[in-house]
Design a protein around this ligand. Structure first.
Ligand code: FES
Length: 115
C-alpha cells in the first residue's frame, strides 16, 4: 500500500488515497478514480497538460524513476525538467521534480503530487 497525496489550489483540501501494492496504474488513472481534478487532454504523454510535481516521501531509493521518451521530450519542451535532471534520472536514478500523470506508474511508495 502506498499513500498518494494530491495537493492543489484547485481543491478545497488535500486528498490522500491508497494505491494497492503491485498495481500498475498511472497516476492520472488513480486521480480520476478518486475524482481528483488533474487537468489532462491526450492521456498519451504528448500534450504535457497533466504535468505534476511529484515528491517521494521515503528514505528509500525511489521506485518509479523511469521516464518514457515521450515524457522526457514533453517535460523538457515545457521547461519542467532540465537535461541535467534527465541525465540524473537515467544515470543515478534520481527522480525529476515533474512527471506526466498519464505516464507515471504509481509504485509502492508514498508520494505527494502537486498540480
Ligand atoms: Fe497529455 Fe498527459 S494528458 S501528456
Amino acid at each position: 500500500m502506498a499513500d498518494v497525496t494530491f495537493t492543489s489550489p484547485a481543491m478545497p483540501k488535500d486528498v490522500t488515497v491508497y494505491a494497492v501494492a503491485g498495481d500498475t496504474r498511472t497516476l492520472l488513472s488513480v486521480a480520476k478514480e478518486h475524482k481528483v481534478p488533474i487537468h489532462f487532454e491526450c492521456e498519451n504523454g504528448e500534450c504535457g497538460s497533466c504535468a505534476c510535481e511529484v515528491s517521494v516521501l521515503s528514505d528509500k531509493a525511489p521506485l518509479a524513476v523511469h521516464l518514457t521518451e515521450k515524457e522526457k521530450t514533453v517535460l523538457r519542451l515545457a521547461g519542467k525538467i532540465t537535461p541535467d535532471q534527465v541525465r540524473a534520472a537515467e544515470v543515478s536514478d534520481l527522480p525529476p521534480p515533474y512527471r506526466l500523470a498519464c505516464q507515471f506508474i504509481v509504485r509502492d511508495e508514498d508520494i505527494v503530487v502537486k498540480f
